[in-house]
Design a protein around this ligand. Structure first.
Ligand code: GLN
Length: 554
């Protein structure tokens, strides 16, 4: 048995590596599990870095449809990454950079560029060793004197052709850094078969079998299951998979909240197992904040509903960070928030009145392409006219400007040149730096940009500061030529780039809460620290729900 940890901690003399793989099926929640383990280790004082390796060939997910791959998560440094990195940032304080997410495409691109430069002159360039060496390098580069543990999650499912080079590379890493400095965690599914009335361990055995054929003996199995595993199930898995019994860990589905995952993993002592394996000593976990947030989630004092009007209704992963950030706003105000996704095309067909009446708030998220844009503009018009608390994000902000220009400033047919090149009033236009850009990958205005807030604005009050930094991902912007006219008509410019040229936030004064931003606040919200704009929206929605009637000034 593992002994109780001593007070204080002993830092790792060599950086340790934890590898997380998954088998049986995809969507097991490897990202969430990896993030939770990272969070538990951090809570015990260890310095953790996190990384995801994705087997697809796109250089990054920036060119993929959110339908297929979920949202593109943007980091401060402008890299467009997998949405699991959002879990990493929400659960841990590990600094993420473009070195935190690699794809097969990126690895091959780098190797092929080296080949063209002549770095392998005289050699045949092959998957082993050239591709696998490149993969090992991207993992090992995160190991430095400031890092106790690097957690590397391998995307995809064991047994896929695409994952093989990654698995081969992590098989080799223990040979270089020492087996005692590496820990392999494998997630599997233990399904319940109704007809047999029992849990089935065979898929787990097969999945571990494939890993062992590759040469990886997992040290820990995290078994995802709908029902609890009993000791005999765990004994069977331990025996057949060659893993100690206490390293067969159950991770039950969470009906209530994903924020329960770290606590349930901790009750199964996963942090202890990692520390024991590496011979590390660490203080007790400080999970006070986490318990508090779950307490708040369980004991809401208010209940509200918010409409999310976008292109991909019903596809939660497409707006993953927005759903999360709304929850955070709810946690901050002890409010249970029901989010109803609504297809913007449905608004075009059925009208905003019919679909939005009864909601306490509206969010229009980012997006690309013309489909459904008029429905978004219509939804925002409804929110503006009826005093419905509103948060517009990126394309949502651009649509707010279009509505205001058309319906308040009297600029008939105002539009974004993304959707109508010949509009008489291009209130949203291509940014100057984007003129002439042809390549689609990684060429938008991306990543953290500074923004100055206008004193007295709602945003300045919400942030409680005059200078902020937020993450961007767009090609179009508020057309500065229309600034004066729209301001005269009552639009408040609440935030601009520090030189004042780019409009980043617009607001309305005569409205309970109407804030629209060119950036993506959802990427910087945490369960323990809600983003001020999401918290602000929820607060306004709670007030509206409580019945404070709002009447537009005549
Ligand atoms: N399509 C718009 C642009 O490129 C908005 C992008 C977004 O919402 N992320 O500017």
């Amino acid at each position: 048995m593992f002994e109780a940890p001593a007070e204080g901690k002993e830092l790792a003399s060599v950086t340790k590596h934890v590898f997380v793989t998954g088998g049986v099926v995809s969507s097991l929640g490897k990202g969430l599990t990896s993030a939770s383990i990272g969070m538990l280790l951090e809570s015990r004082g260890l310095r953790v870095k996190m990384q995801k390796l994705d087997p697809y060939i796109n250089v990054d997910p920036g060119t993929m449809s959110p339908y297929q791959h979920g949202e593109v998560y943007v980091l401060d440094d402008g890299s467009e990454t997998d949405l699991d990195l959002g879990h990493y940032e929400r659960f841990t304080s590990t600094p993420l950079t473009r070195r935190s997410n690699y794809t097969t495409g990126q690895i091959y691109l780098s190797v092929i560029n080296k080949e063209r430069r002549g770095e392998f002159l005289g050699n045949t360039v092959q998957v082993i060793p050239h591709i696998t060496n490149e993969i090992k390098e991207v993992v090992k580069q995160l190991a430095d004197a400031d890092t106790d543990i690097v957690i590397t999650e391998i995307g995809g499912t064991v047994g896929d052709i695409e994952s093989l080079p990654f698995l081969e590379a992590i098989r080799q890493i223990p040979l270089e850094v020492g087996r005692e400095n590496c820990l392999f965690i494998h997630l599997t599914l233990v399904p319940y078969l109704k007809a047999a009335g029992e849990l089935k361990t065979k898929p787990t055995q097969h999945s571990v079998g494939i890993l062992r054929q590759i040469g990886i003996q997992p040290d820990v199995l995290v078994c995802r299951t709908e029902r609890g595993l009993d000791v005999s199930d765990r004994e069977k898995i331990a025996l057949f998979c060659n893993v100690p019994l206490d390293c067969v860990i159950e991770e039950r589905d969470k009906d209530f909240s994903i924020y329960e995952v770290p606590l349930s993993l901790q009750s199964n002592r996963i942090d202890e197992i990692v520390l024991r394996r590496f011979g590390l000593q660490a203080g007790a976990a400080d999970l006070e904040e986490w318990h508090e947030l779950l307490h708040r989630l369980r004991n809401p004092e208010h209940e509200i509903s918010i409409a999310l009007v976008g292109k991909y209704a019903g596809h939660r992963d497409a707006y993953k960070s927005i759903y999360e950030a709304i929850d955070h706003g709810g946690i901050a105000h002890k409010t249970q928030v029901r989010v109803q996704p609504i297809k913007s095309e449905d608004i075009e067909r059925e009208g905003a009145e019919r679909l939005l009446a009864g909601f306490d708030g509206l969010i229009v998220p980012g997006g690309f392409g013309e489909r459904g844009v008029e429905g978004k503009v219509e939804a925002i018009r409804f929110a503006r006219e009826r005093g419905l608390p509103f948060l517009g994000i990126c394309l949502g902000m651009q649509c707010a400007v279009i509505d205001f220009a058309r319906n308040v400033a009297g600029l008939a047919d105002a539009h974004s040149t993304e959707f109508n090149r010949d509009t008489p009033h291009p209130v949203i236009c291509l940014m100057e730096e984007q003129q002439g850009v042809i390549h689609k990958g990684g060429t938008m205005r991306l990543g953290a940009q500074p923004c100055g807030l206008t004193g007295g604005s709602r945003s300045a009050a919400a942030y409680g500061t005059a200078a902020i930094s937020e993450r961007h991902r767009h090609r179009y912007e508020f057309n500065p030529r229309y600034r004066e006219r729209l301001e005269e008509a009552g639009l408040v410019i609440a935030g601009t780039s520090p030189d004042g040229t780019l409009v980043e936030i617009v607001e309305l004064v005569d409205h309970p809460w109407f804030v629209a931003v060119q950036f993506h606040p959802e990427f910087k919200s945490k369960p323990t620290a809600a983003h001020p704009l999401f918290a602000g929206l929820v607060a306004a929605a709670v007030e509206r729900h409580a019945g404070s009637a709002w009447v537009a000034e005549a």
